[in-house]
Design a protein around this ligand. Structure first.
Ligand SMILES: Cc1cc2nc3c(=O)[nH]c(=O)nc-3n(C[C@H](O)[C@H](O)[C@H](O)COP(=O)(O)OP(=O)(O)OC[C@H]3O[C@@H](n4cnc5c(N)ncnc54)[C@H](O)[C@@H]3O)c2cc1C
Length: 321
């Protein structure tokens, strides 16, 4: 049996940020992830300056492709306008691997199936044991399934379904476009250019609203493809998307059960307006590590429920598309 003080299940942004912080506190920990890194992660890969601040890195120090998005080109039911801002576009394939390696913590490739509590220890698949277990395994996190199913954290009305594709593409328009609520989509569609000739396009919306409308997210992907072609934003003929679902923040429910913690998507922390989950994943990982290190309460303090805040916007040039 391999023993560690803390075992983190999942090495995405939540797990690796938690690991880096535990290491900073000199607490022994181990990460288990079912995937070999670098791995693909469905995500538009849009990060805020706060994410870089929390990671203690300046955009110029990031070792992979990063594009500053200085203006968002927004469409709301046909109304077009530009919003000056400062956000960044990265590729999760590179970003997550960089974060994980930089944590300096041992990572074992292991698909966790069972997590049991035995007295003051957790036993994972009869192979690993620890005093604290951190659930950072995203929507299907086994720690969530073992200890938090009835904790009231996830609400059906907050489930987001998506269709997305990131691919190499010689795009000719380097702007970032967002289309909100078009064709009754209870969410939005995006076109996010990346550095080194990659492009990310996708749609996301609330599953329950779509079902009520007898609609499907796949239908909205088809509509997005038609729009992108009509606007000459892409010319590729057949692009096969992939789907993933995750939860927006509900505000209720317990994210700690004794020495078991949930962070990131496992806890359903993405912002309620934009479904941005990388920032909440990083901050919740740091908060959980500090709670263990200082033997204090684990809270969501400092993790905003919304992405769109006044400081996000830069008002010069507002409403010029
Ligand atoms: C299409 C789409 C677009 C998005 N766009 C954005 C965006 O632009 N900006 C943004 O901020 N957020 C975005 N999000 C949300 C964001 O991707 C997530 O909130 C974020 O990845 C959460 O990080 P995490 O570390 O909690 O989980 P993840 O990044 O999902 O990491 C979980 C890890 O756990 C591992 N794992 C899972 N199960 C097991 C198991 N049984 N055993 C071992 N390991 C396991 C996985 O392999 C994975 O590496 C998007 C989401 C989707 C689906």
């Amino acid at each position: 049996m391999q023993q560690a003080e803390v075992i983190i299940v999942g090495g995405g942004p939540a797990g690796s940020s938690c690991a880096a912080r535990l290491k900073h506190h000199n607490i022994d920990c181990l990460i288990l992830d079912r995937a070999d890194f670098p791995r693909e992660k469905l995500c538009a890969g849009w990060i805020t300056p706060e994410v870089l601040d929390d990671l203690g890195v300046h955009s110029s120090e990031y070792p992979h492709g990063i594009i500053p998005l200085r203006k968002l080109h927004i469409n709301i039911r046909g109304l077009r306008f530009g919003v000056p801002t400062l956000q960044y576009s990265i590729r999760r394939y590179e970003f997550d691997n960089w974060l994980l390696r930089r944590s300096g913590v041992e990572v074992v490739t292991h698909n966790v199936a069972q997590v049991e509590r035995k007295y003051d220890q957790f036993i994972i698949d009869d192979t690993y044991s620890c005093r604290y277990v951190i659930g950072a395994g995203g929507t299907g996190c086994p720690v969530y399934k073992s200890f938090f199913r009835n904790a009231g954290i996830r609400r059906n009305e907050h489930l987001i379904v998506t269709q997305e594709k990131e691919f190499q593409y010689r795009y000719t328009d380097p702007r970032c476009y967002l289309w909100f609520m078009e064709n009754k989509l209870p969410g939005y569609a995006w076109y996010v250019p990346k550095e080194n000739g990659y492009l990310n396009i996708g749609v996301g919306g609330k599953e329950r609203e779509l079902r009520k409308q007898n609609d499907s997210i796949k239908g909205h992907w088809t509509l997005l493809m038609e729009k992108l072609k009509a606007r000459n934003l892409i010319t590729a003929s057949h692009i096969k998307p992939e789907g993933h679902s995750y939860y927006l923040r509900s505000g209720n429910g317990s994210i700690r059960s004794g020495n078991a913690f949930l962070i990131g998507d496992a806890a359903g922390l993405a912002t309620v307006d934009m479904g941005e989950g990388i920032g909440p994943a990083v901050r919740s990982g740091i908060n959980a590590a500090d709670a263990i290190a200082y033997n204090r309460e684990y809270t969501l303090e400092g993790i905003p429920r919304r992405s769109i805040r006044w400081k996000w916007l830069r008002f010069r040039n507002l409403f010029r598309a």
